[in-house]
Design a protein around this ligand. Structure first.
Ligand code: AMP
Ligand code: MG
Length: 315
């Protein structure tokens, strides 16, 4: 059974150790329980998608304790500072450009050049973030498609052994997710309504928010994001033998690979490497990227979903 510990000093110290080892810890925030991993560790972030059984890689929210920490990973513009001043810590997530030397996993951003960040207000979450001193990626701690957990017991029954430790901080404020505002473009855009009213944000910004054309009740997918990562060069899938001039992205033992998602054929490792290797091979050196077959099981579903989008004809 998964370990459940009270959210006190001992629990927090243990959680910080586990997070540093690259494993998952569920913890309460003021919105719902989050499934946390070290956001700088590709393998740890891949475990989040594996544990949730998400059929696709949507970008994750990174949790940090202070604006000073945020500036290490993201570029804050005037609107970001204005909103941070008024609403952080709290139920506001901002999408910002990744900083130049950003050390966050590319999987956290699902390959995009932006990152979603929140400074939570929950005292227990804040103590954990300060103790671990790492950026923590954390979507809701439930299997994909199930209700967001507001109690430790919900997490245990939903995720079981996939999570190494659950910090029990009692019940969260009922299932209100954070409001997501994209401040990376010229005009701030509301990506998801949530705990902080759009009108309040508009009042502070002194301008209307652009409303993203998406349904606030449906789970967000990369297709609904304002932009999503697609390589510049053509991508071919299920390739056993690459053609001359193509980069070959391998999976499993092969001598033909220009780069390999996982020599061992491990899907978690492949997920961890996916966006970084696509970016590497997409630098203009090759006229196409040919990708080896990836099994349609476990994380292979999300990997193949991503690859199919990358390979789809573009307008
Ligand atoms: P959650 O499941 O609560 O962690 O919410 C994550 C959601 O935040 C994603 O499904 C996206 O809708 C949104 N999001 C996160 N990062 C980005 C980003 N870089 N660009 C646009 N939307 C993002
Ligand atoms: Mg969720």
């Amino acid at each position: 059974m998964t370990d459940i510990k009270p959210l006190n000093d001992d629990g927090i110290a243990l959680a910080a150790d586990i997070l540093r080892r690259g494993e998952l810890v569920a913890f309460p925030t003021e919105t719902v329980y989050g499934l946390g991993a070290n956001a700088m560790d590709d393998m740890a972030v891949a475990r989040i998608f594996e544990a949730k059984g998400r059929p696709r890689f949507n970008p994750l929210i990174v949790h940090l304790p202070s604006v000073q920490a945020v500036r290490q990973y993201a570029v804050m513009n005037g609107a970001a500072y204005t909103l941070a001043e008024k609403f952080w810590p709290g139920a506001l997530t901002m999408v910002m450009p990744r900083a130049k030397d950003c050390q966050l996993s590319e999987l956290v951003s699902a390959g995009l050049d932006t990152v979603a960040i929140r400074i939570p207000a929950h005292p227990g979450a804040r103590r954990l973030l300060e103790a671990v001193n790492l950026p923590i990626a954390a979507p809701s701690a439930n299997t994909s498609g199930k209700l967001s957990p507001t109690e430790a017991a919900h997490v245990a029954s939903s995720l079981g052994d996939a999570v190494s430790l659950i910090l029990d901080g009692g019940a969260c404020g009922v299932g209100v997710e954070s409001t997501i505002v994209d401040v990376s473009g010229k005009k701030p855009t509301l990506l998801r309504p949530g705990g902080i009213a759009a009108e309040e944000i508009e009042e502070v910004l002194n301008q209307p928010l652009i409303r993203a054309a998406s349904d606030d009740t449906a789970p967000k997918s990369p297709g609904m994001l304002s932009s999503h990562y697609a390589p510049h060069c053509p991508v071919r899938l299920n390739v056993e033998t690459p053609e001359t001039g193509e980069a070959y992205l391998g999976f499993g033992p092969t001598e033909k690979a220009t780069a390999n998602l996982s020599v061992k054929g491990d899907l978690r490792e492949a997920a961890a490497n996916l966006f970084r290797l696509l970016h590497e091979l997409d630098g203009g050196q090759y006229h196409a990227i040919a990708v080896a077959p990836i099994p349609e099981t476990g994380l292979g579903l999300a990997i193949n979903d991503r690859l199919r989008r990358a390979a789809a004809p573009r307008g």
